[in-house]
Design a protein around this ligand. Structure first.
Ligand code: FMN
Length: 411
């Protein structure tokens, strides 16, 4: 039977997602000074839950309070706030959707205003970024790696106990798990670096330890780069093998993306590196979705359902990709920052496509700030500001991040 957007999706663990549209992880920056959830999360996630996506994935939640992706992240690290998480999970599931918490450790992509000495597999600084943006990292000791796995397990158990219906490990976009996978960032010569198996060990140990903690019926997803799109980085061939391993480890949903801060292909930047040679676009779906060619290949190795996130905007492309069996689930990011009920609109036929706001943001580099500010507005109970200018977005976002970083306590 050909799947459509409305077809439920059964996962290996036994859970079922009500449809094929997912609101992908979008960092919110709405936590309080102790990095706990707030009523702003409740407002934002209620809107997404009522918006019709079968799966809503939270913005990345950190497993270690010392290392944040940005100052306003939610953290689960003995910092309290469990009732706030319960209210957040309740609001985020009112629509009958699944709500999965994305768990992350940013590693060397921890901003300098949050941490002066980030941890990473090896002491390799980010390319094309200054020390004022990201301080040079220190290589993790083995006991710190083991400690990170324990923290991950703790956060996974808290997510389950507070009402989230699944978890997703962030192993894409150059954060810690992705750094371990990358031969560029991971130069270790111990049991955590070198060949692919030791580079993939941290991700696999995190998945397996969390599975033991949350039990067999609780969904575990992984967001993975189909390629880093970087010379010498984690590439599509290696990804194929990691996908096989993740199937053995009992992963329920594989989300494919690509790139990192060094090569931001997840947002549509030109693909680079040895994996960038793709067949010429021959259909709507291939023209708009960034990683579809890779997904089709990965799917041959995947025993779990596959989701692709990045670029999908038209219902035609989504239908075609589902019908062609290239994927099982469609991830939507930026359009969901403004039109929280986009899934309902697409499924009802009211809209045949999402608005590609990113095309009109000037300058384009203001995109991330622009979308983040929309999430904050919705969290504050305001309407999105579709007319927000790019330069103003950059200035307001920078001011917000600096203020939030200054106010952080308890670290
Ligand atoms: C404002 C914003 C915040 C994001 N935060 C996260 C995040 O916390 N975790 C993650 O895995 N991806 C994050 N992403 C990437 C998106 O999940 C998605 O992969 C990307 O936007 C491409 O999908 P799209 O073309 O539908 O926007 C973020 C993207 C944006 C624009």
């Amino acid at each position: 039977m050909t799947a459509t957007l409305e077809t439920p999706l059964a996962l290996p663990c036994g859970a079922t997602l009500p449809n094929r549209l997912c609101k992908a992880a979008l960092t919110e920056g709405l936590a309080d000074a102790w990095n706990r959830a707030t009523p702003r999360h409740e407002r934002l996630y209620r809107a997404w839950s009522e918006g019709g996506a079968g799966l809503v994935i939270t913005g990345n939640v950190q497993v270690d309070r010392r290392f944040l992706e940005r100052p306003g992240n939610v953290v689960i690290d003995g910092n309290g706030g469990l009732d706030a998480l319960r209210r957040y999970a309740e609001a985020g599931t009112v629509g009958g959707n699944h709500l999965w918490m994305q768990l992350n450790h940013p590693g060397r992509q921890t901003p300098a205003h949050v941490c002066a000495e980030p941890l990473a597999p090896s002491a390799v600084a980010l390319l094309n970024h200054s020390a004022a943006q990201f301080a040079p990292p220190r290589a993790m000791r083995e006991d710190e790696i083991e400690d990170t796995i324990r923290r991950w397990v703790h956060a996974a158990a808290v997510a389950r106990d507070t009402g989230f219906t699944g978890i997703q490990m962030h192993a894409a976009h150059g954060y810690l798990l992705s750094q371990f996978l990358s031969p560029v960032a991971n130069r270790r010569t111990d049991g955590w670096g070198g060949a692919l198996a030791p580079r993939a060990r941290l991700l696999r140990e995190v998945v397996r330890a969390c599975r033991t903690a949350v039990g067999p019926g609780f969904p575990i997803g992984v967001k993975l780069n189909s390629s880093d799109f970087q010379q010498g980085g984690f590439g599509a061939d290696e990804c194929l093998q990691v996908v096989r391993w993740l199937g053995e480890d009992g992963v329920d949903l594989l989300e494919l993306s690509g790139g990192s801060y060094e090569s931001p292909t997840m947002m549509g930047a030109k693909l680079r590196g040895p994996d960038a040679e793709r067949p010429v676009a021959d259909s709507t779906r291939r023209r708009e979705a960034y990683f579809l060619e890779y997904a089709a290949a990965m799917r041959t190795a995947a025993t779990m359902p596959v989701m692709v996130t990045g670029g999908f905007r038209t219902r035609a492309a989504m239908d075609e990709a589902l019908a062609a069996g290239e994927l099982d689930m469609i991830g939507l990011g930026r359009p969901m920052c403004v039109d929280t009920d986009l899934p309902k609109k697409l499924m009802s036929g009211d809209w045949t496509q999402a608005v590609a706001y990113e095309r009109d943001i000037d300058p384009p580099k203001a995109g991330l700030a622009w979308f983040c500010l929309q999430l904050m507005r919705i969290g504050d109970g305001l309407e999105p500001d579709r007319g927000l200018g790019g330069a103003e977005a950059i200035a307001r976002y920078a001011e917000n991040e600096a203020r939030t970083a200054q106010g952080l306590v308890g670290r």
